[in-house]
Design a protein around this ligand. Sequence first.
Ligand code: ATP
Ligand code: MG
Length: 659
Amino acid sequence: MADDTEDGEVELEARLAEQDTFEPSDAFVEQANVSDEGIYEEFEDPEAWERAADLLDWDEAYDQVLDESDAPFYEWFTDGKLNASYNCVDRHVENGRKNQAAIRWEGELGETKTYTYLDLYNDVNEFAAALRDLGVGEDDVVTMYMPMVPELPIAMLACARIGAPHSVVFAGFSADALATRMNAAESEYLVTCDGYYRRGDALNHKEKADEGLRGVEHDVETVVVDRLGDELKVFLGEHAHDYGELVDAHAGERVDPVPRDAEDMLFLMYTSGTTGEPKGVKHTTGGYLSYVSWTSHAVLDIKPEDTYWCSADIGWITGHSYIVYGPLALGTTTLMYEGTPDYPDRDRIWEMVDRYQVDQFYTAPTAIRAFMKWGTKFPERHDLSSLRLLGTVGEPINPRAWKWYYKHIGDEECPVVDTWWQTETGGMMVTTLPGIGEMKPGSAGPPLPGISAEVVDVSGEPVGAGEAGYLTVNRPWPGMLRTLYNNDERFVSEYWSEYSDEESNRWVYFPEDGAKLDEDGYITVLGRVDDVLNVSGHRLGTMEIESAIVGVPGVAEAAVVGGHHDVKGEAVYAYVITEDGYDPNDELRGKIIEGVEDAIGPIARPEAVIFTPELPKTRSGKIMRRLLEDIANGDELGDTSTLRNPDVVEDIASRVGGD
Ligand code: ATP
Ligand code: MG
C-alpha cells in the first residue's frame, strides 16, 4: 500500500513536476463551444452580454443591456421579462426533448431515479400548484432546508415558476442557522424532509428543522418530503404538510410561468458567514440566469447531449448555478448524488463516472486532495474515458493536486478549469476558457471575457507582473449580486467602499480576496485577505505556506494559522493530514519544516506541526481557520454552527493540548 502510493508519486514528480503550462488537446478545441480568441475583444463592449441573454427565451425583449444610472445598484437587461422555470424546463419539452433525461439522481444506498424533461415539467407544475394553494404569492420567500434529494431542485423551479424567491439553507447547517436565516428573510414557508442517509446511517433531519422552527418568530407553513419511508416515521403537527400528499392532490395541474422582470429576485442565498452576521445575497432573474447559462456554455462546455456532474451540494451557490440553473437552462442532463464520495468505498465517484458516462466533472480542491490521499488505485479501477473536461472551485488548488487531477482523472486529455468566483458574483469570474487558454496549475487564469478583474495594491493602483495585492472588479457583470437583502447600506459598505471613488462615480467591487498577477495576466487567488499572517513584521499568506507543506510527499492537506507569539507577534501553526500509507512521525515533521523553509524562508518556519485526521470545514469544503486559531491560542471556540463536521474541533483541540 505504502509502496503503491510512493510509486505513483515518483512517476508524477518525474515527468509532470517540471511542467508549468498545459495546452488543451486539439480534439477538445475542435469541438469546444467557444474557441475563438476574438471573444475577449468582443466583450470589451458591454453590449456583447447580449450573447448571454440570447441563450434564454424572453417573454418581453429588454430595452437596455446595462443601466448604470444608479451605480453601484446596476441593472441588467432592463424591462425584459422572462421566467426561469420556463427556461429550464418548458422550452426543452417544447423543443422536442421531452424524453431526454433532465436530472439523474442517485441515492447513497444505490437507488436511482431519472427525471426526463417531461417528468420535471409535470413535477414542477404540480408542486407550484401546491405552493400556491398553501398561500405562497409572488415575492414571498420560501426557505428550503434539504439534503441532495430531487425534490430540492423541483421545489426551487416551482418557486421560480410562481415568482417566489427561494432561500436554500444547507442541510448540514445547525437549527440555529436555519432560524437566523428564516427570521432575516421573514420567510413564512419551509420545505424540508424527514431525513437522509449518511455513510449508510439514516439521519433524522426533521428534528433539526423543528428545533430551528422554534427559534422563528412568526408562523410557518412547512412541507415535509418523505425521503426515508418506513425507516423514519415523523409526526406532522399543525402547519405541516406531507409533500407526497400535496402533490397527489394537485396531480396533473398546470401553472402558467409568471413573467418576471429581469431585475426581479430569483433567489436569496445567505453566505456562510465565516466572519460576522450572515449576508442575504440577492440574485435576479435575467442577469443571473443569463450569466450562469453563458458560463456553463463557455467554461464548462456543456452541450444538451452531455451528462454533466457537479459534485457540490445545492445548498452552496455552486449547486444553484452549476447543478440546477446553468445546466438545465442549456437543456443538458445533470447528475445529482446524495451521498459521500467514500461510501461504500473510495471509488464511488469513479464508479459513477463510468456507469453514467459522465462528460464533465466539477468539484472542489478539498475533494481532490481527499482523492489524492486515498491513492490512485481507486480511479484506476474504472474506465474514465467518457470525461471531456474537469473543473475545480472553492479554494486555491495547489499545483500538485491540480496535476494529480489532470493525470489520474483526466488522463492528460481533459482541460482543467480552475474557476474563481463567489456567492456574490453569481457565476465564474476568473478562469481559462478550456477551448482557448493555456493552463497553469495553481493559477486560475485570466478574467473571463467582459470581466474586468484587476489586482491592486492598498492604494488601488494596479500591481505589476509578479506582484501580489488585492483582487478587484471594476466593471459590472450580469451575474453580480444586486444588494444584500433589506440592507442596501451594508451592500455598499461591504463590497463597494474599499476602492471606489464616489465623487468621480467610479465603482470598484472588492471581493476581499488576495491575489497575485503574472506576466501573462493570469491571476493566482491566494485566499481571503484576513488569512494573512504577520510574523515578525513580515506578511505571509497562509496559502503560500500551505502550498509548500502540501508539496512535501506524504502530506495530503494542511491548514496554517497564526497563534500569538510574544516575540514574533504571530507564529505559524500548521495542522497537517497525512496521505494514506504515511506515518505522522517526527521525520515527516522535519521534512515539512524543511519544505517551508526552502520554499519561503526561515521566517515562515512553523512553530508547531500538529498531525490530525481531519480539519474543520464549511459546506463548500473550506477550512475554517478562525477555529484553528482559537485552538492555537487556547481561546474559547467560536461559532461552529455552520461547520460540516463540528465534532473534529474538540478532537483537534485535544491533540494540541497534548502536544
Ligand atoms: P462567506 O463569504 O460566507 O464567509 P465563503 O467566502 O467561503 O463564505 P463562497 O462564496 O462559497 O463563500 O466562497 C467564495 C470564496 O472562495 C472566494 O472569495 C475565494 O476566497 C474562494 N474561492 C473560490 N473559488 C476559488 C478558486 N478557484 N481559487 C481560489 N479561491 C477560490
Ligand atoms: Mg465570501
